[in-house]
Ligand binder design. Structure first.
Ligand code: HEM
Ligand code: NAG
Ligand code: NAG
Ligand code: NAG
Length: 523
């Protein structure tokens, strides 16, 4: 039996070792990290950003990352947002990071959030991306816009049927704000029904019918084949929300994700993926049944199954499901945000709305209900109103993360080491006053004429280069026809003092937008 004194003697080497470890861990190791830190020169977003991703995760929980970064970037052209991550604040960083021929690739974020199969938006490998893009580009190509136009027109028609039912009497002269009882629509919800109905028809020739039913409950199918009903939006949104809060420490993400499920707040968000996967599986499985039954349908699914000459592409079923997943997701969320934002800006800037209505009225017949795309696609002011709204509040404001090549690259005047995550948020770039003076204001006129055309190279809403949005033209088709049709037919009013709520995930999600609407008097 050891006496206390003996025990102390015996413990001494342990104490020394412990003290040594303590010094090594808390002083020597950090010092070595400091010496080896090739990113030392970059200003830290916050005190600990050079050491940890926690500050960025905390920022994410404020649901306004890019708005916060835009403020910081007024002073700092580049910020270190994590040990291995940089955010750039100038339009000059767009080309080296995203432009055609960039040596950067999508970074690990896309890998760790991917499912069993990559889809067009999250595949990292460049040759594999090129292969996928080729398969789908025939479906998205411009010549197909004519095919998609009647599908879009059909959805606008259905939206208008619903709006007509909810019309109120014109706002009396001299009254600016509507009676609360006249706020008969949540415009944000209806535009989401619109974009979901549209992409389901364009993508898999399915009539989801959200606009007709006025709610978003749809049939879903679990992997074991059981069918059930679920709310489409409640299934779709929580996953991106959870990822945007927790994904930032890539090495630890899977662990963090598992631990987060101990907390009901996060677990609920994660659980939604079961419902979303089932929504997607149902769409794909039903469409496959129709394909096998020999129905000839013109949609994205057809392009996934066969090339233009009818030869089978032989994609794995998992890859097809992944592509249906991203088209239902990227193809609906962003466009719904876009058409909500633009009407909101127009109502906040009545002179702009009046000017737009004058332009649209000039080409549409008085009783024309759904604007024909041919008549409105080249209207310069309409396009300027859309682009200015897409500039001010890009639906996807997140700085889209790219990895520098192993040898490193120059971005603006900075040498960035290899394998570093770099990004430019479109919301931040679009507040670069050297290109967009009075950047916080909604000024469609800046997009007109030759000067307006020059701004396109600084327009990052659809990203840029080889990984730029493939659905851009389809989205403009939807936005143009919908906005022209509704501003031609209706006037709208927002509640007194109304400000729309914004929540940044990957996308800039919007809160409700209650409005009063009534038919315009067109002579
Ligand atoms: C206003 C509407 C839209 C906006 C703001 C938007 C924005 C974007 C952005 C920023 C990217 C790059 C994503 C990244 O780098 O991670 C992207 C890619 C993509 N978008 Fe869109 N998008 C819109 C509409 C659409 C539509 C309607 C579709 C489908 C019909 C679509 C399908 C895709 C796909 C598949 C990609 C991946 C492209 C690739 O990597 O080759 N988007 N979009
Ligand atoms: C940023 O933080 C890192 C790690 O804490 C530190 O080494 C670096 O000097 C800081 N950078 C600046 C410019 O202060
Ligand atoms: C970057 O990653 C590659 C491949 O993973 C590796 O070989 C290389 O050493 C890394 N370079 C730096 C600067 O970390
Ligand atoms: C969109 O249409 C334009 C022509 O207006 C074309 O140059 C461009 O390649 C199309 N973009 C996509 C992504 O299909």
């Amino acid at each position: 039996m050891a006496t206390p004194a003996l025990a102390m003697l015996a413990a001494a080497p342990y104490a020394t070792t412990l003290a040594g470890l303590f010094v090594a861990y808390f002083l020597v190791y950090p010092f070595i990290v400091y010496l080896r830190d090739s990113m030392r020169k970059f200003p830290n977003m916050s005190l600990f950003s050079g050491m940890s991703h926690i500050p960025y995760m905390i920022l994410a929980h404020g649901r306004a990352r890019s708005t916060h970064l835009a403020k910081l970037h007024k002073e700092y052209p580049v910020l270190r947002t994590g040990p291995n991550a940089l955010s750039f604040g100038s339009v000059q960083a767009i080309k080296p990071i995203y432009g055609h021929g960039t040596p950067c690739t999508k970074d690990e974020l896309y890998e760790i959030t991917a499912g069993t199969h990559y889809h067009l938006a999250d595949v990292i490998d460049k040759p594999d991306h090129a292969r996928k893009r080729k398969v789908l580009s025939s479906a998205y190509a411009l010549k197909n816009l004519e095919n998609w136009e009647h599908k879009v027109a059909d959805k606008v028609q259905r939206l208008i049927v619903q709006f007509d039912k909810r019309c109120t009497a014109p706002l009396p002269k001299g009254q600016t704000f509507p009676d609360p009882k006249d706020l008969t629509i949540d415009y944000r919800a209806w535009t989401n029904f619109f974009s979901l109905d549209a992409i389901a028809d364009i993508g898999v020739s399915e009539r989801l019918g959200l606009l007709d039913q006025g709610h978003d409950r749809v049939v879903a199918q679990a992997k074991d084949g059981t069918k059930f009903e679920t709310s489409l939006r409640d299934a779709l949104y929580p996953i991106a929300r959870k990822q945007s809060l927790l994904v930032w420490d890539y090495d630890k993400y899977h662990l963090i994700d598992k631990l987060s499920n101990l907390i009901p707040y996060y677990k609920k968000m994660g659980d939604a993926s079961f419902y979303w996967d089932a929504v997607v599986l149902r769409r794909a499985a039903y469409r496959l049944e129709r394909y096998r039954a020999g129905e000839k349908l013109d949609d994205f699914f057809q392009a996934l199954m066969e090339d233009k000459n009818g030869s089978p592409n032989n994609l794995e079923w998992g890859e097809i499901i992944a592509e249906v997943n991203i088209m239902m997701n990227a193809g609906s969320v962003t466009t719904a945000i876009a058409v909500t934002n633009v009407l909101y800006q127009l109502l906040k800037n009545p002179e702009t709305l009046a000017k737009l209505q004058e332009e649209v009225d000039g080409v549409l017949d008085e009783d024309e209900i759904v604007a024909s795309y041919d008549k409105v696609k080249h209207l310069p002011y309409l396009r300027a109103c859309l682009d200015e709204s897409l500039r001010l509040f890009p639906p996807t404001p997140q700085g889209l993360t790219r990895k520098t090549p192993p040898e490193g690259i120059w971005i603006m005047d900075y040498f960035v080491p290899g394998n570093t995550t770099v990004a430019v948020s479109s919301l931040v770039a679009h507040r670069d006053e050297s290109v967009f003076p009075d950047a916080e204001r909604y000024i469609p006129e800046r997009w007109l004429g030759e000067k307006g055309k020059e701004l396109q190279s600084a327009f990052l809403t659809f990203s840029a280069g080889a990984r730029g949005c493939i659905g851009r033209n389809i989205s403009y088709l939807e936005q143009t026809v919908l906005i022209a049709s509704v501003v031609h037919r209706y006037d709208f009013a927002l509640p007194c003092g109304f400000e729309i709520k914004r929540e940044e995930t990957l996308n800039h999600l919007l809160g409700e937008m209650p409005v009063k609407l009534w038919r315009r008097e067109l002579e």
